[in-house]
Structure formats: structure tokens, C-alpha cells
Design a protein around this ligand. Structure first.
Ligand code: ASN
Length: 352
């Protein structure tokens, strides 16, 4: 009863503010105009609800990982090399005195460095990927985003999937407990998830998509639109695992007993929201990585420090990254990714 009363007051207030203080662009937070005029749309009451949920999401992610024994480290922003496995997006290069440096597309290489001194690490890592211009239309791509990127030593990709599942369950439960007014205000009917999440091999996912008429390859990453279609067929988050060899970065480990298959995975949100998590066991041997670089046409000279580190030896590890904006988008049930971040950078759009 108390909650209903509060809720009525909240709704009324929200409506009054909307009708008495018209703000340009606020009518449609999913429009690109709302991205360009951010200093105005940031005042929209819905943004406040979303960012309050996001604060809870970040708190829950951190608390969950600390309880599991992870230590939080500061993420790098620039360096001589970064993650090449970024699905058709381009890296950004800056001039660092006399040396070209990359802006982190992901801190994957650095996680492997860190795992030599701590068994379990994570960081809230800011990443830049110049996505193709057309992706502005998908509502799912940002040029600047953040992921909770984690790595743990001597574990398997099954253990990582188990951790990813527990992490999502915990975040959803805590958001439902602590942000019910915000979810109500957003009109989001978020449900508890049912573990264990379904698991499909890449091959099974391709078969299912082909049976529905999608053109998808057995040897490539699943395209965005097909991923969304597959996600629409699910009511619970689910995993795709065992990606084919050249579909991913040189750092995902090939299964020694099943040549051509990687010990890696993605987790996808249900209801058409698409990719949530990407991760896998690491190819951590110097010769193994060199072989994979050759296979994918990558110049080893660009990864000098990384290869030197592998030569000296790093332990076997597994890790994954979960995008914070996409998680927020799914939890809040938002139409576009740029509603899930205070200062969005959408491909090709100039905005604050
Ligand atoms: N974070 C991912 C991983 O740990 C890498 C990525 O973002 N591409 O595998």
C-alpha cells in the first residue's frame, strides 16, 4: 500500500514535470537528436531512473566480484597494442610522443599481464571502437563504452560461464530488490532468471538460425542481426560456446583435443537484446599465439611487449567482459543503447 502511494506520487510528479517543463528532445530519448542535445535530454526524468539503476548495477557487479575473491585494478587507457578481435570495428591510434599508441579497444592483453601477480582481477574498463557508420541504426552500438573485464588464473571456460551466470543472477536480484520504483517508472517488467541458462554450441546456434532462413556461416562469428533474431527466440539469457578457430582473436584458446574449435563463449540477453558477454580461455604460449597471428594475418611486430611477456611465461587463464551499457539497456528494457549512458558516443554522431 505504502509503495503504491509513493508510486502514484512519483508518476504524477513525473508527468507534471514533463508537461510544465518541456525540454527539447526529451519526447524521444531513443532519437539521435537526444544524443546531440545531451545537455537538455540529461534532465529528462527517465534518464534519472536509468542512471539510478545503473548505479545499483555497478555496485552489485563490484560487490559480487569482491565476494568471489576478485581484486579491482585500474584499467589502462592507452598502450602500444590493444585487442584486435573487435568484430569489424576500427582501433584508434594517437601519437604518444614519437610512438603511435592505441586507445584500448579492450584490455585483454593487460589482463593476462596482471594474472601473473593476482589470481582473480577485474576492472571497469573504458574502451573505444570506431564501429561502422551503419551501426548507428542498430541502436546497439556505442563508440565509447565500458565493460567490467575480468580474468582468473587456471580456470576453465565452463567455470567462467558458471561465474557469468551467477553474476547476472545476482545483479538482477539486487536491482529488483533495490530499484523497484525505478523499474516501475520505466515500465520494465524484469523477471528473475532461471538457471542453468541454456547453452548452444556455435554449430547448434548456426543450425537453428539456418532452419529459420538466416544466412549464417559455420566458420564465422554470428552477425549482429542473426544474434538479435536468436536472442528474440529466448526468454532467458543463454550461452553460445565453442566458436570456430578464425572467428575470434588470437588470444582465445583452441581446444587441444578438438582442432578448429575454441574454448570460448558469448552470453546473450533474451528478448532480442543480443550480446551481453564475450570471453574464453587464453592461448598463452608464445608459439601458440604466433601461429594464431599468422593464421589471422596479424603482424607480430605490433605486439612486441605482449609476445616478449609470453616468451617469459604467463599462467593459463580464462576471462570475460560484460558491457555495462548493454547490461543497463537490457535491465531497464530500453529501445537504444544511448539511453543507457550519460554521454553517449554514437557512430558518426557529433555529441558532447
Ligand atoms: N573482454 C573480452 C574477453 O575477456 C575481450 C573483448 O572485449 N573482446 O575475452
Amino acid at each position: 500500500m505504502k509503495f503504491r502511494k509513493f508510486h502514484m506520487f512519483f508518476r504524477k510528479n513525473l508527468m507534471r514535470r514533463e508537461s510544465t517543463q518541456p525540454i527539447m528532445g526529451q519526447q524521444n530519448l531513443g532519437s539521435l537528436e537526444s544524443v546531440r542535445q545531451r545537455y537538455q535530454t540529461i534532465k529528462h526524468p527517465t534518464m534519472k531512473l536509468v542512471l539510478t539503476v545503473q548505479d545499483q548495477i555497478l555496485t552489485s557487479l563490484r560487490e559480487f566480484l569482491r565476494k568471489k575473491g576478485f581484486i579491482e585494478i585500474l584499467a589502462p587507457i592507452i598502450g602500444p597494442a590493444t585487442d584486435p578481435g573487435i568484430r569489424g570495428a576500427k582501433q584508434v591510434t594517437i601519437q604518444y610522443y614519437d610512438t603511435p599508441f592505441k586507445v584500448m579497444s579492450s584490455m585483454i592483453l593487460y589482463k593476462q599481464m596482471m594474472i601473473s601477480s593476482f589470481d582473480k582481477v577485474f576492472a571497469l574498463s573504458p574502451n573505444i571502437r570506431l564501429e561502422p557508420l551503419e551501426s548507428a541504426k542498430t541502436g546497439r552500438h556505442l563508440v565509447e563504452f565500458r565493460q567490467i573485464d575480468l580474468e582468473m588464473v587456471h580456470a576453465t571456460y565452463n567455470e567462467a560461464m558458471h561465474l557469468a551466470e551467477a553474476l547476472l543472477l545476482s545483479v538482477v536480484r539486487e536491482v529488483m530488490e533495490n530499484c523497484y520504483e525505478e523499474l516501475e517508472g520505466l515500465g520494465r517488467d524484469l523477471r528473475e532468471l532461471n538457471p542453468p541458462f541454456p547453452r548452444l554450441t556455435h554449430k547448434e546456434a548456426v543450425e537453428r538460425l539456418r532452419s529459420k532462413g538466416h544466412v549464417v556461416s559455420y566458420v564465422e562469428e554470428i552477425p549482429w542481426d542473426a544474434e538479435v533474431a536468436l536472442s528474440s527466440m529466448h526468454q532467458c539469457a543463454f550461452f553460445i560456446y565453442d566458436y570456430p578457430l578464425v572467428s575470434r582473436g588470437f588470444y582465445d584458446r583452441e581446444d587441444p583435443n578438438r582442432p578448429g574449435i575454441l574454448r570460448d563463449f558469448d552470453m546473450l540477453y533474451p528478448e532480442g537484446f543480443g550480446e551481453a558477454i564475450s570471453g574464453g580461455e587464453r592461448e598463452h604460449t608464445y608459439t601458440g599465439v604466433l601461429k594464431r597471428m599468422k593464421l589471422t594475418g596479424i603482424d607480430p611486430a605490433e605486439y612486441e611487449w605482449y609476445l616478449q611477456m609470453l616468451k617469459e611465461g604467463v599462467p593459463h587463464s580464462v576471462g570475460f567482459g560484460i558491457g555495462v551499457e548493454r547490461l543497463t539497456r537490457w535491465i531497464c528494457g530500453l529501445k537504444t543503447i544511448w539511453e543507457a549512458v550519460p554521454f553517449p558516443k554514437v557512430p558518426g554522431i557529433v555529441s558532447p
